[in-house]
Write a protein that binds this ligand. Structure first.
Ligand SMILES: C[S@@+](CC[C@H](N)C(=O)[O-])C[C@H]1O[C@@H](n2cnc3c(N)ncnc32)[C@H](O)[C@@H]1O
Length: 265
């Protein structure tokens, strides 16, 4: 199947009955719901991505239909706008999509017109779901832990001449830590684009995730230039409250590595 066929045929066909708990005080990484399918009900934590990806269509139904997630669309739109403003043709892009999941962001990048899209995720269920749900969207999909890259993989990634990194709705919360983001940043060529989103609390001065400091250090040291920033509603919480994220588009300015900065956080 070609990338165009995939864009035209992507659809979730299975319907699940999803019920949300009535308590409204759960942290984002503790949220859960009940999923009923074929007469059986199971409790699914939102952050048990492996379990969610194994059920075809559940990710889309839960996060996009019920909780109205907008992150892939918002980040891709902001990125596309900055590319246009800079006179960069999307078909010159080789993108590393970090925390790629089942391909929601890859699909948007294909619509923007990226030439090459490489997915990276830490769990094999994500790679399998991307292949099942959006075959042909990724030119390659690597299952790996960016915080423990061996030298061969690092060299392989560098040799791909990646000139863009996306990371959408995957930073913090026990998902992608600053060290993994820094490792991905370090395999990019100077001049590469970064387009990512992060919960707004994590970018605030007192936020405990380390991302605020990493992004500030990268900007203060002139390693990145922030080209666009937008606060937006990422999705609703299980209790229906808006959850706000920041979308950022930046350009990598030089080859100075970010890994040592992440180590100091
Ligand atoms: C909320 S999902 C977002 C998926 C996709 N970016 C999207 O917007 O639909 C977060 C993804 O990050 C992945 N992830 C979590 N920790 C990771 C890590 N250390 N390295 C790579 N991927 C990770 C999870 O497996 C999951 O697929």
């Amino acid at each position: 199947m070609t990338r165009r066929d995939t864009l035209e045929s992507t659809d979730s066909t299975t319907d699940y009955e999803i019920t949300f708990p009535s308590s409204d005080t759960l942290d984002q990484d503790e949220e859960w719901c009940l999923v009923r399918e074929n007469g059986a009900t199971r409790k699914v934590r939102f952050h048990d991505y492996g379990e969610i990806y194994e059920l075809p269509g559940l990710y889309e139904q839960l996060f996009y239909e019920h909780l109205q997630c907008s992150s892939p669309e918002i980040v891709a739109r902001l990125f596309g706008r900055e590319l246009k403003r800079s006179g960069v043709e999307a078909d010159t892009l080789s993108v590393l999509d970090v925390g790629a999941g089942n391909g929601m962001v890859g699909e948007r990048l294909a619509e923007v017109g990226a030439d090459t899209i490489i997915g990276v995720d830490i769990i094999p269920q994500a790679a399998a779901a991307a292949e099942r749900d959006r075959p042909g969207i990724y030119d390659d999909y690597l299952v790996l832990d960016l915080t423990a890259l061996d030298e061969d993989t690092r060299c392989d990634l560098k040799s791909r001449k990646l000139n863009a990194l996306t990371c959408v709705a995957a930073l913090g919360f026990g998902d992608i830590p600053p060290a993994a983001f820094a490792a991905a940043y370090d395999v990019l060529a100077p001049g590469a684009w970064l387009a990512f989103s992060i919960k707004e609390d994590f970018l605030e001065e007192q936020g405990g995730s380390g991302f605020a400091r990493l992004v500030r250090e990268l900007a203060d040291r002139g390693m990145i230039e922030i080209r666009a920033q937008r606060r937006y509603r990422h999705r609703l919480s299980a209790s229906g409250e808006p959850v706000h994220y920041i979308a950022l588009v930046a350009a990598k300015q030089n080859a100075e590595p970010a890994a040592p900065l992440a180590e100091e956080l």
